[in-house]
Ligand binder design. Structure first.
Ligand code: HEC
Ligand code: HEC
Length: 318
């Protein structure tokens, strides 16, 4: 009597254990899909000078939802309600890939880089200038942005690149910069006159497969800016760190720091409608950039003048 009653319950327990074991085993094979209970966001801080931003201050969440989520999305995935109409698309913060960094390509930006981007806005895009928000607001937003990607818990920002002091603008510097622009094939994307119309320009897409246009240097007037700043040091930084997430590469491995300034000086002359010391120097030289003559290495002692012997090597690409 008792036995026959106990039997089904034992087998029920057994099959339950089996089923449970089976479910666990299956759970390991099957990819982890479907909704999850929301994880509490990690606490993040930002440090900009003597300011500390907090991701979980009421302020951060309030300002983000009010001013940023419409484009960057509640979850920071770049899928705000305005996104379908925007080009370029708002940044997807869950990837932690940023265009404007003082740090080498592939690394995270510093808190200050993000802080400055929020203040400056990104020209030629719908990312507005947020200089109306207080410094504390912006520091809180930087901390909040860092909660959207786990990279911020695992990695440290890269070390900012070192920018040597700018040498004087000379026609030789501009001429060398032009030779570099040719040799490094900047023109293939940016065009020989920097108008953003090089042979590769129409084929370019960003890392999210959206079409992207190279910067047009010739379009701007005196107020022309770059996405990542407006000074000569900003230009230096842009091509030495790269615009991550776009085809615009980093040239840190190919350009020597001293040569980089020559390239900056040449790029300024592509901005034909902008007043600059570079354009003044070019004008004083008759408006024509002379062909670049490579400097010879110092002749070793005892040997006669290498310059007259070998002659200056002419850069004939242009
Ligand atoms: C009207 C839409 C819009 C709003 C509102 C907006 N953004 Fe953006 N944001 C963009 C777009 C578009 C980009 C990408 C621009 C690009 O790639 O050239 C961007 C890029 C960024 C970036 C990336 C910068 C980099 O170096 O890659 C940050 C950081 C950012 N936004 C922060 C914010 C914050 C913080 C707010 C709220 C205070 C905000 N944005 C509000 C549209 C918006
Ligand atoms: C493979 C194509 C490609 C090559 C080669 C290339 N660029 Fe770019 N560059 C781009 C694209 C695309 C952008 C626009 C990025 C954006 O809008 O986010 C850009 C943007 C820029 C910007 C402006 C970034 C800003 O903040 O707005 C500068 C400056 C620049 N490039 C300089 C150079 C220099 C100097 C070289 C050569 C040493 C070079 N580029 C080579 C594709 C290229």
């Amino acid at each position: 009597m008792n036995n026959s009653k106990a039997m089904p319950s034992v087998s029920a327990i057994l099959s339950f254990i089996l089923a449970a074991g089976f479910t666990v085993a299956r759970a390991q094979e099957v990819p982890d899909v479907g909704p999850h209970p929301p994880m509490p966001p990690p606490h993040m801080e930002s440090h900009i000078g003597n300011l500390t931003g907090n991701s979980d201050s009421d302020n951060a969440g309030f300002i983000y939802r009010r001013y940023c989520a419409g484009c960057h999305g509640e979850l920071g995935d770049g899928q705000g309600e305005n996104t379908p109409w925007l080009d370029p698309k708002p940044r997807n913060f869950t990837l932690a890939t940023f265009k404007c960094r003082s740090t080498p390509t592939g690394t995270l930006p510093t808190d200050e880089d993000l802080f400055n981007s929020i203040e400056r806005g990104l020209t030629n895009s719908n990312m507005p200038t947020w200089n109306t928000l207080s410094r504390q607001d912006r520091a809180d937003l930087v901390a909040l942005i860092k909660t959207f990607s786990p990279r911020w818990q695992k990695e440290k920002p890269g070390d900012p690149i070192k920018i040597p002091p700018e040498p004087p603008v000379t026609i030789e510097s501009i001429s060398h910069g032009k030779a570099l622009f040719t040799k490094l094939e900047c023109w293939k994307c940016h065009g020989p006159q920097g108008k953003g119309d090089g042979p590769s320009a129409s084929t370019l897409t960003d890392s999210q497969d959206n079409p992207i246009r190279p910067y047009n240097f010739a379009a701007g007037k005196d107020d022309s800016r770059f996405k990542c700043g407006s000074t000569n040091a900003d230009i230096y930084k842009i091509f030495m760190t790269g615009v991550d997430g776009t085809p615009m590469p980093s040239f840190a491995d190919t350009i020597q720091p001293a040569d980089a300034w020559d390239l900056v000086h040449f790029l300024r002359t592509l901005q034909v409608h902008r007043h600059s010391k570079e354009n003044d120097v070019l004008k004083a030289a008759g408006g024509k950039i002379p062909p670049y003559v490579e400097k010879q290495a110092e002749a070793p002692a005892g040997q006669s003048d290498a310059r007259t012997a070998g002659g200056g090597k002419l850069n004939t690409i242009f």
